[in-house]
Ligand binder design. Structure first.
Ligand code: ASP
Ligand code: MG
Length: 421
């Protein structure tokens, strides 16, 4: 008998009909002899709709009240799924994140899970019940307030619960059949992967792939929880995310896929003195205002005035306040100029297979050249190459690289639902 955690995303729960389909799957898994713990996201685009609604009553809503509001979305789907399961005559009990023992930091809107003490969930399982847990939410011990884990946080709830319960597998149900070599909405011949290792999935998630939230993969890797990404609309076994990169035999290491990200902007500081401590000042100031910077490039300095340029990327959402912080420093630091550009896109190629063969970067650049796309920034890691291009070129860049490295399959990928929002 296995213990399986199943997480259902919003697109799997977008209507009463879909909720009943999900309940049937839960019941079938239970009747096959497994213990089942279910984690639900909010129905369809509920979270976005609640955010829109909040903005209409207050442009800067108090963070605590925002979490009170957003956690309601998961409570609705959670209880409805429990009712649907009960309609099949199966014993079931639903829990809020707090009732399930999801303890978090106090940071509203982006709390981190500190620990999970799922006593009540364990009791329910022992009593032969299906336990249903509201995703994306927890509680802080000191403030006793309800928190949310950041967008897409139900994935993290599921993995954290799976780790705490010692589950055999954590299934993440989405609107596509698994992890693809690229987003099938952008690259129509994207191919479903049967398996990839945690490191590859981490790089994909960090590079903009939206199939799994980055933090959930970090958690799964740290606790060695095998994740299976699959669809609630089909019986495809999906994609297994498990194992360490070092265990992949060299001859089996391949290029995994292409990811795109259009959520970032870039800032360039021109004419910054090229001397000890200048870059440190910039990045300390950004760290102090909790801005998560991504790619950083500093050029060699101009011999005449010993000044250089620094460019970095950051989430568009942090653009305005970061510019403000830097503008306040500009004069005192004597920088020539400060420029902001939010019309950029990031395209990345990921795979353990790029560690050994030379020429991957050359082929990557060739693919973009042949598509007539200019590279504005480029960085590499052990298993990733990332380029910044113009935003309107992003989709074409992804297709060009995907084709160049022959990542595609013969069948067109099916996107079952969801707005990709
Ligand atoms: N409902 C939340 C969101 O849309 C959490 C989740 O879907 O995992 O971000
Ligand atoms: Mg959602």
């Amino acid at each position: 008998m296995a213990l399986i955690v199943q997480k259902y995303g919003g697109s799997s729960l977008e209507s009463a009909e879909r909720i009943r389909a999900v309940a049937e799957r839960i019941v079938a898994t239970k009747q096959a002899g497994n213990d089942v713990v279910v984690v639900c996201s909010a129905m369809g685009d509920t979270t976005d709709e609640l955010l829109d609604l909040a903005a209409q009553v207050n442009p800067t809503p108090p963070a605590r009240e925002m979490d009170m509001l957003l956690t309601a979305g998961e409570r609705i789907s959670n209880s409805l799924v429990a009712m649907a399961v009960a309609s099949f005559g199966v014993d079931v009990q639903s829990f809020t994140g707090s009732q399930a023992g999801v303890i978090t930091t106090e940071r509203h809107g982006n709390a981190r899970i500190i620990e999970v003490t799922p006593g009540r969930v364990k009791d329910a399982i022992e009593e032969g019940k299906v336990a249903i847990v509201a995703g994306f939410q927890g509680v802080n011990r000191d403030t006793k307030d309800v928190t949310t884990l950041g967008r897409g946080g139900s994935d993290t709830t599921a993995v954290a619960l799976a780790a705490a319960l010692g589950a055999d597998e954590c299934e993440i149900y989405s609107d596509v059949d698994g992890v693809y070599t690229a987003d099938p909405r952008i690259v129509p011949d994207a191919r479903k992967l049967d398996q990839l290792c945690f490191e590859e999935m981490l790089e994909l998630a960090a590079s903009g792939s939206k199939i799994l939230v980055l933090r959930s993969v970090e958690y799964a890797r740290a606790w060695n929880v095998p994740m299976r990404v699959r669809s609630s609309y089909s019986n495809d076994p999906g994609t297994l995310v498990a194992g360490a990169m070092e265990d992949i035999p060299v001859e089996e290491a391949v290029l995994t896929g292409v990811a795109t990200d259009n959520s970032e902007a870039k800032i360039t500081i021109t004419g910054i003195r090229d001397s000890v401590g200048e870059a440190a000042k910039v990045f300390r100031a950004l760290a102090d205002s909790e801005v998560n910077i991504d790619m950083v490039i500093q050029n060699i300095s101009n011999a005449e005035d010993n000044k250089t340029d620094i460019t970095f990327t950051l989430p568009k959402a942090d653009g305005a306040r970061t510019l403000e912080t830097l503008r306040a420093m500009q004069q005192a630091e004597g920088w020539d100029d400060l420029s902001y550009d939010d019309q950029i896109g990031k395209v990345s190629l990921v795979g353990a297979g790029m560690k050994s063969p030379p020429g991957v970067t050359a082929d990557f650049c060739d693919a973009l050249r042949d598509a007539g796309i200019n590279i504005e920034m480029i960085t590499t890691s052990e298993i990733r190459i990332t380029a910044v291009v113009r935003e309107p070129d992003l989709a074409e860049a992804a297709r060009a690289i995907h084709t160049k490295f022959e990542l595609g399959g013969d069948e067109a990928a099916v996107v079952y639902a969801g707005t990709g929002r």
